[in-house]
Design a protein. Structure first.
Length: 399
């Protein structure tokens, strides 16, 4: 087997999933993660369709994911007084199994820590490739050499920037920013959530972890801002500027925000690239083909991408040139279909006028009684299942 040592940047979904399959095929994975430890909190993610579930089942983690599932029911849109205006059924926005991103991260870490070296609190600063490998330097750790490097480091991928160039060449801003954090379930929500929508803004609160806590979610319309992504104080100031006086629970949640242990703030975008590899470096998951958080497809797409990338490396006997080309060929149409699920959602999620917001609230109230009420859920399932997974266990070359 060629190119057995593989450095993976990022420990969210794609990174650990890739490490699992690489090890299964005889490679030696190392994961470097900028955060000092596993990230907790985050929004709920879902998996849908047999393609997603079959990979989770083969990894032996599906039972653990089902035990940690959110069990969320319907979501209600409310007015400023908290009165329900419309109810959205769970199958419209959730898949076959839904889980908090932090819980998923812990399950994937537990499934891989026995054979994967995890390096927390560090990040790649340079990649110097030659004919036989890649010399990697880090912010804190000593330089090391690997056969291959894979960027699984999300929308703002550092690996992509170092290898392909500036982020603005590949990231399409969808006109929204999102914030999310953990708070108390002070509304007493029982496996449900409430959302309040005004022109250019949406604020929601939904129960989590058996109703023991809740997640607050904010979306607001904005052009792309020049922000330091690690300046939490400035991010919270911006959110307060956007939602002060907005109504419903906005003021209470802004106060809760100041003491949240896991405040997250980011732009909403997609990644579009002509190629996902260059030399001995490749990208997987959001780093290569982020469909946006609005699509509901990101985690499943990352999972499938990791399975295919590791499998093609095994099938090619570690020949990265052959494997990376086949990985793109197998994944390109599937990734494009998943990205289409995020197109146009921004304007429906956060309408630009009071008139459109009012219309959507009325439409959602009637939707359970309208023909085609399951169209969005059916489209998402079709996109999630639009790939035939190869059995790489039978295709891989002997070590």
């Amino acid at each position: 087997m060629k190119n057995r040592t593989v450095l993976i940047s990022g420990s969210s979904v794609a990174g650990p999933a890739l490490a699992y399959w690489l090890h299964r095929h005889g490679f030696v994975p190392t994961i470097v993660e900028r955060a000092p430890a596993l990230r907790d909190g985050g929004y709920a993610v879902d998996f849908r369709g047999e393609a997603h579930l079959s990979v989770l089942r083969r990894m032996g983690v599906l039972d653990a994911i089902e035990r940690a599932r959110t069990g969320m029911g319907s979501m209600s849109y409310v007015n400023a007084a908290g009165k329900q205006q419309a109810r959205m059924p769970a199958d419209l926005f959730a898949g076959d199994v839904e889980i908090l991103r932090g819980d998923l991260g812990r399950i994937l870490y537990d499934a891989t820590k026995g054979f994967t070296e995890y390096v927390f609190g560090d990040s790649i600063t340079s990649l110097d490739e030659d004919a036989d490998g890649v010399d990697v330097t880090f912010e804190r750790g000593a330089p090391r050499r690997f056969d291959l490097v894979i960027g699984a480091d999300g929308l703002h991928s550092n690996t992509r920037r170092l290898t392909f160039g500036p982020e603005e060449r590949f990231v399409k801003h969808l006109g929204l920013y999102c914030a999310i954090f953990t708070t108390t379930n002070y509304l007493g929500l029982d496996h449900t959530g409430h959302a309040y929508r005004t022109a250019g803004r949406l604020v929601a609160l939904y129960s989590a972890r058996g109703n023991a806590e809740a997640r607050a979610v904010f979306y607001f319309a904005s052009p792309l801002m020049d922000l330091n992504r690690r300046d939490v104080a400035r991010q919270q100031e911006i959110l307060a500027e956007q939602f002060t006086g907005n109504g419903w629970q906005s003021e209470r949640l802004l106060r809760e925000m100041r003491r949240a242990p896991d405040f997250y703030f980011d732009s909403v975008g997609q990644v579009h690239m002509d190629t996902w590899s260059r030399g001995r470096v490749a990208l997987v998951g959001d780093a290569a083909y982020c469909p946006s958080s609005l699509s509901g497809m990101g985690s499943g797409l990352a999972l499938i991408g990791a399975y295919v990338l590791a499998g093609e490396l095994a099938a090619a006997g570690g020949d990265h040139r052959v494997a990376f080309a086949r990985y793109e060929r197998e994944m390109r149409e599937y990734a494009t279909g998943c990205q289409k699920m995020g197109d146009g959602v921004a304007k429906l999620m956060v309408p630009g006028s009071r008139l459109l917001a009012s219309f959507l609230n009325r439409y959602y109230k009637l939707m359970p009684y309208l023909p085609g009420k399951n169209m969005a859920a059916n489209m998402a399932r079709k996109a999630a299942e639009n790939i035939t997974l190869r059995d790489y266990e039978t295709l891989r070359r002997p070590a």
